[in-house]
Design a protein around this ligand. Structure first.
Ligand SMILES: [Zn+2]
Length: 361
């Protein structure tokens, strides 16, 4: 019996030695301040019928208005609602009882991204959007510190605070954010062209670039470096909302859906990623639902009613095709970090503070 056990023990070691290499890849995506109301209901009747928010109401309605929420969300997010809904999991439709919330009590961007990327809120230390290097180690840093992943973690953001949130200085992860050029000594022809077009395009916001630049830098670098963990943060939606520009908020949301589709299609065409890549998409916070001072859709923060309501989407490798969650349930943004480290088979618990992994089976 003893000998049998020993034999069993050794055969397990050899099996685990063969299976040791984790081939999984993760692409984490955020859309800054994109409300659950649009994700699950498409264009909001309250906002699209308001001239101040929508500008040309008739024009905007011709593009985004349909009779039912189901049709409106399909028009706004065709990839999410036609493809992802068939193959993945979509959480956060509060009209159907599925709730996703932040655990931080700040409800603005740096605290939100810290929560997503570390798995816990840090309200004590993170109380502004200032360019201060994050004391907390994000999972990007933790994963990058593993020999198997070293140099294979990349981050891209439209907002220029990301090098500080991810603490590029300490983590060594190159973060292409704000109006940076491609981060390589040997840019491809495409990267040189993106640099040129970014320089020649008017800058609507001083700290946030248009998402097309962030996206195309990410896509080019993914092709060039083949990272195993990628983080892409799209930023336009939040800034158009702060500008009270519902027209561009909607067009930006629809465009981002298409950018995500492009990333997915690329991963399905590249043998390095095909069948091995999990996509997780979320937002750093919600926003107000109407026009009153404490609930205005342009804003967010702890004083804005409902702005801590968010949503999470997962699809690809290892994710069951449960579709839109339509039962009473509650998950939190702080569960994303450990979900990712679990997929990548990297030990992480955020000093015991990280939320439990999401159940994606
Ligand atoms: Zn904001």
């Amino acid at each position: 019996m003893k000998q049998l056990l020993i034999l069993f023990f050794f055969s397990c070691i050899s099996i685990s030695a063969i299976a040791q290499e984790n081939d999984n890849k993760v692409i984490l995506i955020t859309m800054d301040g994109l409300r659950w109301q649009e994700m699950f209901g498409g264009a909001d009747s309250l906002l699209i019928n308001n001239e101040e928010a929508a500008g040309n109401v008739d024009y905007l309605k011709s593009v985004f208005w349909r009779d039912s929420k189901k049709e409106r969300r399909e028009v706004l997010f065709p990839f999410v609602w036609n493809t992802v809904a068939e193959t993945g999991i979509i959480m956060g439709n509060r009209w159907k009882g599925s709730k996703v919330n932040l655990t931080n009590q700040r409800v603005f961007s740096y605290p939100g991204y810290n929560e997503i990327l570390t798995g816990y809120a840090d309200d004590e230390n993170i109380d502004s959007n200032d360019k201060i290097n994050n004391k907390n180690k994000t999972i990007l840093e933790v994963v990058n510190n593993q020999s198997e992943y070293n140099g294979r973690v990349l981050a891209f953001g439209s907002w220029d605070v990301f090098p500080y949130i991810i603490n590029e200085e300490r983590s060594g992860i190159p973060v292409n954010a704000g109006y940076m050029h491609a981060r390589t000594d040997q840019p491809t022809a495409n990267e040189l062209l993106i640099n040129k077009i970014q320089d020649e395009t008017p800058k609507r916001w001083s700290t946030v670039r248009y998402d097309t630049f962030t996206h195309n830098y990410a896509l080019e670098a993914i092709k060039r470096v083949h990272p195993k963990l990628v983080y892409i943060s799209y930023g336009e939606t939040d800034d158009f909302a702060h500008d009270e520009d519902y027209e561009h908020y909607l067009f930006s949301a629809r465009n981002t859906d298409n950018l995500i589709k492009e990333l997915w299609q690329f991963t399905q065409s590249d043998p390095f990623y095909k069948g091995k890549t999990t996509f997780i998409i979320t937002t750093d916070h919600g926003r107000g639902w109407g026009f009153d001072e404490d609930s205005h859709w342009r804003g967010h923060g702890i004083d804005y009613e409902g702005a801590n309501a968010t949503w999470i989407i997962a699809f690809g490798n290892g994710v069951a095709s449960r579709g839109e969650i339509q039962s009473n349930s509650q998950v939190y943004t702080n569960q994303i970090a450990k979900t990712i480290t679990q997929i990548l088979d990297v030990e992480y618990d955020g000093n015991g503070k990280a939320g439990a992994p999401l159940y994606l089976k």
